[in-house]
Design a protein around this ligand. Structure first.
Ligand code: HEM
Ligand SMILES: *[C@@H]1O[C@H](CO)[C@@H](O)[C@H](O)[C@H]1NC(C)=O
Ligand SMILES: *[C@@H]1O[C@H](CO)[C@@H](O)[C@H](O)[C@H]1NC(C)=O
Length: 337
């Protein structure tokens, strides 16, 4: 973090109404850091690999591009979601990439659902040849999530790096991830527990402008009674994809039926027309407490994109920068010996 933004943060803390004594402590720490030229608050730095592995970001960007072009175009959505699921559980430490019979990958929100692993694995495999033991799996995932948004037509943001990889991955801990059945108060509480505001929660939900959800994530809106806040035309189509009986609960349906591969504000435009797919999507518009913010997303794409970028940088800062390891496995699946 540059000195200018450190000062901006200090100013924000001064004007924060709550806990003025801890604010004073933070400012003291910040001033010491400015004086010593030490790391930024989170310990993450933009350009972290500039000397140790200058090709790091280029390799990740090229790999994301190659898989988007020649592999599965939905990997971009998969990688973005994987970054979220990584950061929400134990911080952004690549715990989601660890394989094993009780790893996070087997948890309810992840099993039969996460995708994009080949992208991360291909990038890590190349980087272990070019700069062995230097670039963490967690940083690769953070770079790749940004590049996935960019390649889908969304905004760029500088990704600060220096995350360590974790050594622990527990399926049960994934239950901290928000459920698609959540209402606004539950969503707000889930994000507040990570110090994210309701506006940040709404802005990040815009990630559902790309990618897909399986029938089992939204058939609560079809059966036994059709959700009155679901556009009947969309409901009819969804019933063909997810029949009440005999269908495949893992059948994927586009989250944004109109532009499922484009990172645009169509997600919010869908919500205001009752074309949101998940309960947790549509409630952002049907709940009066969040409707007006959701409408801003629908009408003012640049404002949403700026809020999304700010919030996802904050999400990426849920990182461990003081302990852990640089995982050596070229597939990021196993901890170091
Ligand atoms: C606000 C609370 C959220 C809930 C309840 C939620 C829930 C879900 C669910 C249920 C799916 C479909 C999974 C499946 O059926 O396979 C999904 C997909 C997705 N989510 Fe979220 N999510 C939330 C927030 C986020 C955030 C913060 C991001 C990223 C910044 C994100 C990115 C994605 C993406 C890109 C997909 C599509 C993945 C693919 O196509 O492979 N979600 N989400
Ligand atoms: C949200 O769901 C929780 C748990 O089911 C419930 O207690 C609460 O009343 C609901 N809030 C709203 C605004 O519907
Ligand atoms: C909580 O979020 C605010 C606003 O983004 C940020 O300024 C503050 O540093 C965060 N607090 C903690 C403890 O992470």
């Amino acid at each position: 973090m540059g000195i200018v933004s450190q000062l901006r943060l200090a100013t924000a803390l001064v004007s924060a109404p709550s806990s003025s004594s801890s604010s004073a402590l933070y400012i003291a720490v910040l001033l010491i850091m400015v004086a010593t030229g030490a790391h930024d608050v989170g310990g993450l730095q933009v350009g972290y690999y500039a000397n140790s592995c200058p090709v790091a970001e280029t390799i990740v960007t090229a790999t994301v591009g190659a898989y988007h072009q020649c592999g599965d175009p939905f990997y971009a959505a998969g990688v973005l979601r994987m970054h979220f699921h990584d950061c929400w559980v134990r911080g952004c430490d690549a715990s989601v990439l660890l394989a094993g019979p009780t790893s996070e990958q087997t948890g309810l929100p992840n099993a039969n659902s996460l995708r994009g692993f080949p992208v991360i694995q291909a990038a890590k495999t190349q980087l272990e040849k070019l700069c062995p033991g230097i670039v963490s799996c967690a940083d690769i995932l953070a770079f790749a999530a940004r590049d996935s948004v960019v390649i889908s037509g969304g905004p760029y943001w500088p990704v600060a790096a220096g995350r360590f990889d974790g050594r622990v991955s527990n399926a049960a801990e994934t239950l901290i991830l928000p459920s698609p059945l959540f209402n606004v108060s539950q969503l707000t509480a889930n994000f507040a527990a990570k110090n994210f505001s309701q506006i940040e929660m709404i802005a990040l939900s815009g990630a559902h402008t790309i990618g897909q959800a399986r029938c089992l994530s939204f058939t609560n809106r079809l059966y036994p009674t059709q959700d009155p806040t679901l556009n009947p035309a969309l409901a009819s189509w969804l019933k063909t994809q997810c029949p009440a009986t005999g269908g495949n609960p893992n059948n994927p349906v586009n989250l944004d039926f109109a532009t499922p591969l484009t990172f645009d504000n169509q997600y919010y435009q869908n919500l205001v027309q009752f074309d949101g797919l998940l309960t947790s999507d549509e409630v952002l518009f049907t709940d009066p407490s969040t409707a007006s913010i959701t409408e801003i997303g629908a009408t003012n794409s640049p404002v949403w994109q700026a809020a999304f970028v700010e919030a996802i940088i904050k999400m990426g800062n849920l990182a461990n920068t003081s302990f852990g390891e640089i995982r050596l496995d070229p597939l990021c699946q196993v901890v170091n010996p």
